[in-house]
Write a protein that binds this ligand. Structure first.
Ligand SMILES: *Cc1c(COP(=O)(O)O)cnc(C)c1O
Length: 407
């Protein structure tokens, strides 16, 4: 049994706070968005966390996600529904990336994507707060993670995805116990259906950032990075950005670690990577706007970042700007090329969204935005095995003479 899961866990949460107005909310109640319709952030008594836990004590624990329990919102051990949330490895890709490039490979997590980090936390909290039915719009991976964790603790789930969501995602969602519907629209059209049902009291709305706890789960990516880099963060992070939960979460993690005195004020430059066929954050970044308008006719092979509108747009833009980073768009051909190069030359099969970060890194290198000797982390958010691959149709007839030279 993992002691991270069985240990006593005092909660250090003090309250929730509106990310726009700073208004305070009671942490022990079920909340969606704040009164002004923006995400709620979880706040902790960091002085008390610092008194209860040291970096040294942390280093003796098993390295999974629950080692960070003092910085997480779950109060009762019995509410944790775990499927084995490991610390993900950082894999060098010296040929297709470069000598100082590491891929944080999130495809190793339960359900094959980093959505597991956010959903394990959100589902545990929903269970703790008495939710029995959840609905969610998804491009695939979030729905799969929700289905897995919710089914495991007996919460009913209804999932809506765009009709062109990859078949494997739709099937894994169904197989893991959710009721899944293909909708003739994009993810925000699915979100409108979820919102309507929630208003009628049919279910709890689990859309990205519309409940407070997915950010806390995704925050563990930032905590892990800090520990894996020996508490000296890398120079740049390339993150494939859809709803932006991970980028916002990591930025929050760095802030909490600095307040604990575990890292310095030095921050990585955060690069929000989008597909050029759906780049609302890039457009807003370049125009100097605080919010991003909906991107019409969104299209890209990188489904996980095909998000035309994000409720946390201003939080993504704020983090990117404060960090001295940028929002960068890359085209589908560059994404496919990056996935292929990395697989063929470094033996690591990225998902298209992961490929987008490699493509963006290469472009940033070319324009001088990053330097070859800077330490860079690219996020590969799902296993490449979930995505279509080019056919490989060659066959061999074992009864005919074999031309060994031609093999
Ligand atoms: C959800 C998802 C993303 C985008 O993550 P956000 O934190 O919501 O921006 C990127 N890649 C993959 C594979 C995803 O499933």
């Amino acid at each position: 049994m993992n002691d991270n899961l069985t240990a006593d866990r005092p909660s250090f949460v003090t309250h929730l706070e509106c990310s726009m107005t700073g208004e305070r909310y009671d942490a022990d109640m079920l909340h969606g968005l704040s009164r002004v319709g923006r995400p709620l952030l979880v706040r902790y008594d960091l002085d008390a966390v610092g008194a209860a836990l040291s970096r040294d004590a942390l280093s003796t624990r098993p390295t999974d996600l629950w080692r960070w329990r003092e910085l997480l919102p779950v109060r009762h051990t019995r509410d944790i529904v775990s499927l084995g949330e490991i610390e993900t490895p950082m894999v060098p890709i010296p040929v297709s990336g470069g000598a100082n490039v590491l891929v944080k490979d999130e495809g190793r997590l339960p359900t094959g994507s980093f959505k597991a980090r956010g959903l394990v936390m959100a589902v545990a909290m929903a269970k703790e707060l008495g939710v029995t039915r959840i609905a969610m719009p998804t491009n695939g991976n979030a729905g799969a993670a929700l289905a897995a964790y919710a089914s495991r603790c007996g919460i009913e789930t209804i999932v809506f995805c765009p009709e062109d969501t990859p078949e494997i995602n739709v099937r894994e969602i169904a197989m893991q116990g959710a009721r899944v519907w293909r909708v003739n629209g994009l993810i925000d059209d699915c979100g409108a259906i979820v919102g309507k049902g929630a208003t009628e009291g049919r279910w709890f709305d689990f859309s990205t950032l519309k409940e407070p706890y997915r950010i806390e789960g995704k925050k563990t990516m930032g905590l892990e990075l800090a520990a894996q880099f020996g508490w000296d963060l890398p120079d740049a992070i390339f993150y494939p950005t859809g709803g932006g939960t991970g980028l916002i979460g990591m930025w929050k993690a760095f802030d909490e670690l600095e307040k604990l005195g575990w890292i310095s004020s030095k921050r990585p430059r955060m690069y929000a990577v989008q597909a050029s066929g759906c780049a609302p954050i890039v457009r807003a970044f370049e125009a100097g706007e605080e919010h991003a308008e909906r991107w019409e006719d969104a299209h890209t092979i990188a489904m996980g970042i095909r998000v035309p509108r994000a409720v946390g747009d201003f939080l993504i833009l704020r983090a990117v700007r404060e960090s001295g980073g940028k929002a960068l768009g890359v085209g589908d051909p560059a994404i496919l090329k990056a996935v292929e190069d990395c697989a063929r030359r470094d033996g690591l099969l990225l998902c298209p969204e992961g490929g987008a970060t490699l493509a963006a890194y290469r472009e940033a290198l070319r324009t001088g935005e990053v330097d070859e000797d800077e330490r860079v982390v690219l996020f590969n958010c799902a296993t490449g095995l979930k995505y279509p691959m080019p056919p490989s149709p060659q066959t061999l007839d074992r009864h005919a003479p074999i031309d060994f030279d031609a093999l």
